[in-house]
Design a protein around this ligand. Sequence first.
Ligand code: SF4
Ligand code: ZN
Length: 353
Amino acid sequence: MLCHKCDRKAVIVLQHSGLCDAHFLAYFEEKVEKTINKFRLIDRADSLCVAASGGKDSLTVLYLTKKYLLRYQLPCTLFALSVDEGIKNYRKSTLRDLKTFCTKHEIDLHIISSKEEFGYTLDQAAPKIKKLQQKKACNICGVWRRFLLNKYAKKYGATKVITGHNLDDEAQVVLMNMFKANTTLMAHLGPQSGVEEHEQFASRVKPLYFCTEKETRLYALLKKFDVSFTECPNAQEGLRAYVRDMLNDVEARYPGTKQGIINSFLNVMPLIKEREMKKPQQLNMCLVCGEPTNNDVCNACKIKEALDGMSRGAKKVEVSPKKTSLKPKRVLIITKTKSEKKKTNNEKKKNIK
Ligand code: SF4
Ligand code: ZN
């Protein structure tokens, strides 16, 4: 097939028409730029932290964020932050790619190690937690990664965390949350994550939101990014892998399915977020580490305590607060429902009488 714009050989077919390499690159970059502008993902006052693993998605988003800042002459600071979970035969090579990329493009890079932070690599933690709580490696990985990214993005002064999540990732998570009827987690999806901004959480944004996995892979290949395209050895585990394969099957038979899921989700997203905002929510500071959590102890600390407990041979897992004996510090009640507000007002009136 030929490119429908210039008659050169097509490298990809999108919606029944071909694009050559040059026109595909322009199409992809324009799509990312439009997403940033439409959803106001970057502001000139921002300090930007790109959550980078060294894979194709993170290198692409890192490259295009830098290009966007230069194009619009924005004075934002930009740095990359990576988590070394300690996954054998995988993370070393992606971190090597990331270091090479950041050196070449003159981007500061910070690498945080799970082993140094929690005392365990993911490879050490996963089999123990699986035995104790039947949790998969990806569950621990996700909790620890979110924790470390939020903690260190704040520490290094970031106002936004940019992630390389693409359309495939988002479609998978939308479906997974639907399967589990988890509308609370669904409310945190979208090009800009979260329900509303809070100083304890660096806001997360996704410039590749409308780019498919296939498009992102092709972009990284055509740009000749030094990417090894290796897959995490745990990537075939769990519901995510099942949903990913199922979606790929449906997409192959009915092209446009993934885009359809995202379009449907974006139509109802404002309603889901609004409903979530009406729920009274309390944010505490973790008794152990002082990071934000909805409980008294955050999930990252609970995992670490479970592992420490196993190492000590304890039968029951106890969570030990820091010696400073912090009390659960309730820092925020986000909103009250209308009926709650009415009730409080009535009570106030009664007191005045
Ligand atoms: Fe972590 Fe699972 Fe992703 Fe591997 S596949 S990096 S374990 S979340
Ligand atoms: Zn904690």
